[in-house]
Design a protein around this ligand. Structure first.
Ligand SMILES: [Zn+2]
Length: 92
């Protein structure tokens, strides 16, 4: 099992995003990446961290907010979508 390189959620094959040619993209979940594009191209790293912290706290009501944000602020910025090194793959 991998995880989405945009939102960080654990994903299995059924959750994979899709490339432009319709093939599966195991790097991203289908909520984040469809038909070769991000579903929300304008979302910022901060917005993603806030959203994921909230989701985590909804799923684990007893999880302290500091713990949730501690996990997301450590984990999400290192994902390929947000890590500047990922941009080396693009041609400008
Ligand atoms: Zn995702």
């Amino acid at each position: 099992m991998g995880f989405c390189n945009s939102c960080g959620r654990p994903i299995v094959k059924e959750d994979y995003g899709t490339n432009e040619d319709g093939s599966l993209n195991p790097e991203f979940c289908k909520d984040c990446f469809q038909d070769g594009k991000y579903t929300e191209p304008d979302i910022t790293l901060t917005e993603m961290i806030v959203r994921k912290s909230k989701e985590m706290m909804e799923k684990n009501p007893r999880l302290p907010e500091t713990t949730a944000t501690g996990i997301t602020t450590t984990f999400i910025p290192g994902l390929k979508r947000w890590n500047p090194e990922f941009k080396d793959d693009y041609q400008f």
